[in-house]
Structures are given as structure tokens and as C-alpha cells.
Design a protein around this ligand. Structure first.
Ligand code: FES
Length: 110
């Protein structure tokens, strides 16, 4: 079983993770505060941007094909190489949805 190194840029946190384990499960074992909610690939709360490396995440249903190349759903993703990930980074389509929701909230406060 190959163990890969997963480094979280900007935090100095590093874990090892085999191709049989999800990145989220290893984060939870190591006490890393990776956000998550559903743990079944639907809510996208556990997203991290792939800065370097490759993952397999065939069950990441919430992503488009292009998004799946650049972002990892850590509850589904397993490493295929050493990785550098940035936690809390979401695809532009999701960021836009969040801003729209925030704008709607701000308007409701007026
Ligand atoms: S925790 Fe919901 S998609 Fe990963």
C-alpha cells in the first residue's frame, strides 16, 4: 500500500494518506480541522484546491469534470500522488453562489 504525503499550504500541516483512504478521514484522525458536513460528496463543504498532485474521486458528484481536475472533495478524494492542497478554496461557480446568497442576506438586512 503506497503512502502519499498531503501538505496543506499556508497551514504547515502535513499528513500521510494511502490510496485506500480519503483525505478527510485522515484529517479527522490527525486532528486537522478540515471542514465537512455530508461526507457523501454532495454538500461541497470539504472542498480543497489542488495546488499540486493528483487525486481520484469518482464519486464527487457535486463537481463538473473541469472542477474535479482542480479541486478535491476531501470526503471522497484519495491521493494518486503526493499532494499540496489549499483548504477552504472553492470553484468559482460555488464562490459566485455564495456571494449571491451573501448579497441576498445583506439586502434582507436593509
Ligand atoms: S462533506 Fe459534503 S461533499 Fe464532502
Amino acid at each position: 500500500m503506497t503512502e502519499y504525503t498531503v501538505e496543506f499550504v499556508g497551514t504547515g500541516e502535513t499528513i500521510t494518506c494511502s490510496e485506500k483512504q480519503t483525505i478527510l478521514s485522515r484529517c479527522l484522525e490527525e486532528g486537522i480541522a478540515q471542514e465537512y458536513s455530508c461526507r457523501v460528496g454532495m454538500c461541497l463543504a470539504c472542498t480543497a484546491e489542488i495546488i499540486e498532485g493528483e487525486v481520484t474521486q469518482p464519486a464527487a458528484r457535486g463537481f463538473t469534470e473541469e472542477e474535479a481536475e482542480n479541486y478535491a472533495l476531501t470526503c471522497m478524494a484519495r491521493p494518486l500522488s503526493d499532494l499540496k492542497l489549499e483548504r477552504g478554496k472553492y470553484p468559482p461557480s460555488i464562490e459566485a453562489d455564495a456571494e449571491t446568497a451573501a448579497d441576498a442576506g445583506a439586502a434582507a438586512d436593509d
